[in-house]
Design a protein around this ligand. Sequence first.
Ligand SMILES: *Cc1c(COP(=O)(O)O)cnc(C)c1O
Length: 340
Amino acid sequence: MSIVDLRSDTVTRPTAAMRATMAFAEVGDDVYGEDPTVRALEERLAGDLNFAAGLFVPSGTQSNLCALLAHCQRGDEYLVGMDAHTYKFEGGGAAVLGSIQPQPIEHAADGTLPIDALQRACKPDDPHFARTRLLALENTWHGRVIAQDYMIAAAAWAHSHGLGVHLDGARLFNAAIASGKPARELAAPFDTVSVCLSKGLGAPAGSVLVGSCELIRSARRWRKMLGGGMRQSGILAAACIHALDHHVERLADDHARAARLAEGLRGIDGIAVVGQHTNMVFIDIPADRLRALDAHLRAHDVRASIGYLPTVRLVTHLDIDDMGIEKVVEVFRTACPEPV
Ligand SMILES: *Cc1c(COP(=O)(O)O)cnc(C)c1O
């Protein structure tokens, strides 16, 4: 029986149709700017999101890092959420490789960074301080769609203080589908936007950074320095174009399945469903049950990221169907036979 893997939407494997498109992709050397499929992807996403230029990179981490490096110089600072991916989950790359200082800001419960907190953190021009240069936001943030009114206000605040604004839109299309707003509208307040094709969209690898010609030219230079200049990468770009053509609308199915999963788990003693946003479900499990639950799930071919924190994140994606959801609910039910 096949494994139902809820650890992340990065675990998706390319579909047969995607592999067929990859096999016949027209390719060239992209470092020479000669891969037509990579160019088509960059132009496609830049056009869709209404930006002048795009840059194909191997990962979302590298896309965000190229953006931070394009916006900031050594000794600059960026304002970023304490639980934001670019701050917390990217190895400190901006500081390590860019000499860019992060200024973490506490998130409000809805995931926003309150503008008065941004205002307090934004430094005046004074040699004591790093130069505040950039605001980096994220959508979706831990599955949550961030209110567009907030994005518009925060970007306007940043621009009025001379800061650039970057969006880590790893799951921008999940936000678009869930909110019913076009992705280009969600992207509009920002100077640069990074989008992952390798999450719910199902490509095997790849992110695209979009922005102005000037910022993307700088990001392209950084991509080369970071080792992200790939050669016949049209093979991968073809998968990304296929994902944009065929896997965007269906994100609604992942969201519906996450809602169904949350509903199924809500009826089980010993599990507290603490949130469901887009394709993610968050549950709290008593700490002393975590190891037994992990073993039980593994024994029944269900995978979840169970660490030592009581909150467990379950993520739906392209490779999980309705039967998979029913199976997961059943496996959780048998793992929790009586109240603990
Ligand atoms: C996954 C993710 C990224 C990029 O991750 P990679 O694994 O490097 O592709 C960036 N930001 C967010 C919010 C993500 O979820």
